[in-house]
Write a protein that binds this ligand. Structure first.
Ligand code: GUN
Ligand code: ZN
Length: 661
């Protein structure tokens, strides 16, 4: 059997993910950093790295090993793990970078792959052709073609040497269409691991816009279930954005190279030790020494200490990224880190471009564990805001009234803050629409407890760009609507000129809220399917918030206090299943897995055969078999493309099994 990489998603945020990656030398957690081990000159041993920084996997160079008679013999005899004395997973590179740096060196593209298998590398790399930024499109196309040809041939070798996972590098210089095509071709040959190559010169010149373009275009063409490595990206400044775009691995020779140049790595950039009077760091190295002492040290000693500091900083950033994914604050980390570097800050504008924002939205979770924090001009362009605005335009049904009253931004939740005013308005006429002109765009009052409208923190005054963006959204929403900006009693009188006062009972705000959230969350008109019959809304005694919704005595929905969104109950699933046509809201699984769901077990990705393309990570969904028989209600962990690609891990967490006669 040919070895396959086992790679499964455990948690996620933005288009980034926390995964478990299994090799024959153990399982590790990503995103992670592979320190580069120079087999000729081991500065810090991998074993020590594991102890000091928690390093789980390293990368070394097969080309360098193969060129040195002593190392070559030892590697062939005892394996690469003995050469660098490490029993965890080891990736090897092929010499591509050396041939880019030093010109034509003599490497046979297939021999070097065979050699990596022979020395028992866990992940070997093809000899891709380095695409430089200076290449014309024609030249770049040639290097892509040669890379693909070598990848195909190397995959054949892998079949003979079946123990090694093979990394096939995406090239294509700075041309997004070439990158995407290269990625698509490499996806077709089912490699195990996909580095994005050819970006070192872009990073060195701080051409971050190009770097982001390279990552996005490559990712768009790659199989989403495969690990992605950003080749040669060793500076932590780039880690958060690269992870947010779906990179899982980084490698760093920077820790040693910079140390050798007397430079210290920090999350915001690098600093020359000779220009520092103070070490702005509390790592175990910097707490034991001062800048002055460090500068006076003998070169080898200083290099070693700076290299260690550099790795402390790099791994600490990796840990921060993982923590941010777990709590759902990765975009905040991305924006905050970018704000320390003007080029990177500018480069973030790539994300909002047409084609990119739609791509990002597919991977964006439905809600998060933490509130959305404003960091600056980029916040308003986050995928979650783009999604909410789109859904309000498409799914939300305003009341059949001729006017919409607009309140300015206020305290959250808005319905509480504006309670008195809302009462006065609905006494006039209960069919008046109310929206808030908020810092996140127009918010219909019924949605004011839904993520992220209630769970967001913005300053009182926002920047001009945010104002411009929200104004655009506001104009789009109010197009063809008669709006009245709230100015107190004056507005109340004005209402009379549009709508005659109507003596009616108070508006049932709770029912309006339940309907509106259902339409936004499950799709246009979902409320019609769910709320037909005798409706009972049960509220929490403690908070007064909606908790459970019953229709004809049957439990259909629960509203989560944390994000104001619904959990789908058994009868609710049944109603939506009857109402929405296949494949809307559905995750379709193989017959053989049906009994597991009926027992309440989760759905594994390998059993999924089809899925609604509109489902997003952490969405409530219907689990059905291939005859569209309803098996249960669940919560997705993956979107459609991921469900259909992943062979490992959970696709849907089953909430409520449904056993039908
Ligand atoms: N190291 C840094 N960049 C690259 C690249 O593009 N390809 C390979 N194989 N190694 C690299
Ligand atoms: Zn330090």
């Amino acid at each position: 059997m040919i070895s396959k990489a086992k790679f499964e998603i455990k948690d996620r945020d933005a288009a980034g993910r926390i995964c478990r990656f299994t090799t024959k030398h153990g399982t590790i957690t990503t995103p992670t950093l592979l320190p580069v081990i120079n087999p000729n000159k081991i500065l810090i041993t991998p074993k020590e790295m594991k102890k000091l920084f928690g390093t789980e996997m390293v990368i070394t160079n097969a080309y360098i090993i193969s060129k040195d008679p002593f190392l070559r013999e030892k590697a062939l005899e005892k394996g690469v793990h003995k050469v660098i004395d490490f029993n965890g997973p080891i990736m090897t590179d092929s010499g591509t970078f050396q041939s880019y740096m030093y010109g034509d060196i003599n490497i046979d593209p297939l021999q070097i792959v065979r050699f990596q298998a022979e020395i028992k590398s866990d992940v070997g790399t093809i000899l891709d052709v380095f695409g430089t930024p200076e290449q014309s499109k024609k030249e770049a196309k040639k290097t892509v073609e040669e890379t693909i040809k070598r990848a195909k041939q190397s995959m054949e070798i892998k079949k003979e040497e079946n123990d090694m996972l093979l990394a096939c590098t995406v090239q294509g210089s700075i041309y997004p269409d070439l990158r995407k095509k290269c990625a698509e071709e490499l996806t077709r040959i089912k490699a195990d691991f996909y580095p994005i190559g050819g970006i070192v010169p872009l990073l060195e010149k701080q051409r971050y816009t190009d770097v982001i373009r390279c990552i996005i275009s490559s990712k768009k063409g790659l199989d989403p279930s495969k690990p992605v490595h950003l080749f040669g990206a060793g500076h932590p400044l780039i880690f958060p954005i690269a992870v947010a775009l779906g990179c899982d691995f980084f490698d760093s020779s920077a820790y040693a190279k910079y140390a050798n140049d007397r430079r210290m790595i920090f999350p915001w950039g690098t600093e020359k030790i000779d220009e520092l009077n103070e070490l702005p760091c509390c790592c175990p190295i910097c707490t034991k020494t001062t800048a002055t002492e460090l500068k006076k040290m003998e070169k080898n000693e200083m290099t070693l200490l700076i290299a260690k500091h550099n790795l402390y900083i790099s791994f600490s950033e990796i840990k921060k990224i993982r923590k941010s994914i777990a709590e759902g604050s990765l975009w905040e980390l991305v924006e905050r880190r970018a704000s320390t570097n003007p080029y990177l800050l500018e480069a973030l504008k790539e994300l909002r471009k047409k084609g990119n924002k739609e791509w990002l939205e597919q991977y964006e979770p439905i809600s998060k564990n933490k509130a959305l924090f404003y960091t600056g001009t980029h916040t308003i362009h986050r995928p979650i805001i783009y999604r909410c605005h789109k859904r309000i335009l498409q799914n939300y049904r305003p009341l059949p009234s001729t006017i919409t009253i607009v309140f300015p931004e206020g305290k959250k939740p808005y319905s509480k803050y504006y309670m008195k005013e809302i009462r006065k308005i609905s006494k006039k006429n209960r069919y008046i629409n109310i929206i808030i002109k908020s810092h996140l765009g127009p918010v219909p009052i019924e949605l004011d407890e839904m993520y992220p409208f209630a769970q967001s923190v913005f300053p009182e005054r926002v920047d001009e760009e945010t104002k411009r963006e929200t104004k655009k959204m506001f104009l789009e929403y109010t197009k063809n609507k008669k709006i009245l900006l709230w100015r107190g009693n004056e507005t109340l009188h004005e209402i009379n000129t549009y709508l005659p006062p109507k003596k009616e009972e108070n508006i049932d705000m709770d029912l309006r809220r339940v309907s509106a959230v259902a339409d936004i969350q499950f799709g246009k008109n979902a409320s019609q399917a769910l709320l037909r019959g005798k409706i009972k809304i049960v509220k929490s005694k403690k908070t007064g918030k909606i908790r459970n919704i019953y229709v004809d005595e049957r439990h259909v929905l629960s509203m989560r206090a944390s994000d104001g969104l619904f959990t789908l109950k058994r009868h609710g699933a049944y109603l939506l299943h009857n109402f929405f046509r296949y494949p809307r809201l559905r995750v379709v699984i193989k017959e053989e897995a049906a009994s597991f769901v009926e027992e309440g077990k989760n759905v594994f990705a390998r059993f999924v055969v089809e899925c609604d393309p509109e489902l997003r990570p952490f969405d409530e969904c219907l689990i059905v078999d291939e005859n569209d028989k309803l098996l249960g209600a669940g919560r997705t962990l993956l979107n459609r493309d991921e469900m259909l690609s992943f062979n490992y891990g959970i696709a849907v967490k089953t909430r409520e099994p449904i056993i039908q006669p």
